[in-house]
Design a protein around this ligand. Sequence first.
Ligand code: TXA
Ligand code: MG
Length: 353
Amino acid sequence: NTLILGADTAAISEEDLLRAAALLREGETVAFPTETVYGLGGNALKPMAIRKIFKAKGRPADNPLIVHIADREALDGLVREVTPLAEALMAAFWPGPLTLVMKKQPEVPSEVTGGLDTVAVRMPAHPLARRLIRLSGVPVAAPSANLSGRPSPTRCEDVIRDLSGRVACILCGALSDIGLESTVVDVTGSEPVVLRPGGITLEMIRAAVGTGRHDEAVDRKLVEGEAARSPGMKYTHYAPEAEVILFRGDPEAVLAEICARAKQLSLEGKRVGVMTFDERAQAYSDCGEVISLGSCFQPEQVAQNLFRTLRTFDERAVDVVLSETIEDSGLGKAIMNRLIKAAGYRIVQVEKS
Ligand code: TXA
Ligand code: MG
């Protein structure tokens, strides 16, 4: 008995928002749209609400949540100090798809931070998210609103599919603008360190504050027992049911390799999907169930389409997805990061024959 608001109408009424905000404040779970992906919110100051989020998602308790705020003043209750570096990044990118990891105040429950002494904070730009948070009057802890391990939801129907019956309320909005989760940046040191690439690219961060780097483990599989700087790094994320394999290299050679493998897999009785780009979709038409992510020259489009495409392959009961790759600079870095994780690090380097 999840209360679903705004699914059949274009707009959410003020009354709907007030209802959802009251549920949030009281410690219930409410899913809502943001410009990155849909989030599953709970009152960040109530450990009971946080436990409900973890339970609904089936999320490992040591993977901390991002706390969402609508106004700058809310930050003081959450973090111990706002460094000049954090200040500069907030000025450049808030509200927006940037999450900052800072030293936490003792008031932030350890349930939110997975026991860490830091807290991740984001001010979303989505008007509905902002109004909901403001009306609730509390900071809102919110992971992506998917079942743990599944691709993040970019459409309300994805949230309904994963969480209906498991949460108190789902607020529906439009398709998420960006389509990938926020950039997570550790600002506890002298230089910003990107723990998760996203819509705010390293290039943009460097342009704003002059320095910055990706954490060394961003795209890497952690070895057994290795401590992650960001706990989210160690979980298989974004994974569809289908097995995903990435192919990198000369485009013609990749095309030939994907089609050859597709043929072989079909002979073995597997249903094969091909994930590609507009420029080459036609060339794959005989090789499997083809879905294009958009133009390879428009990474914004590819980012927006990625998660729902992975979900579509599952809906079509595809067993194996053979996927092309994109240049991993700029927003392409975030796209490749999600693809690599969806593929469980299976990447085939194809040489020109
Ligand atoms: O765009 C987004 O960030 C979305 C929307 C809803 O805002 N939220 C989201 O949350 O993607 P989630 O829980 O799926 O991802 C949070 C990530 C995880 O990788 C987690 O490990 C990392 O942020 N994180 C949270 N707190 C952290 C901390 N204190 N230190 C390091 N990493 C942290
Ligand atoms: Mg997530």
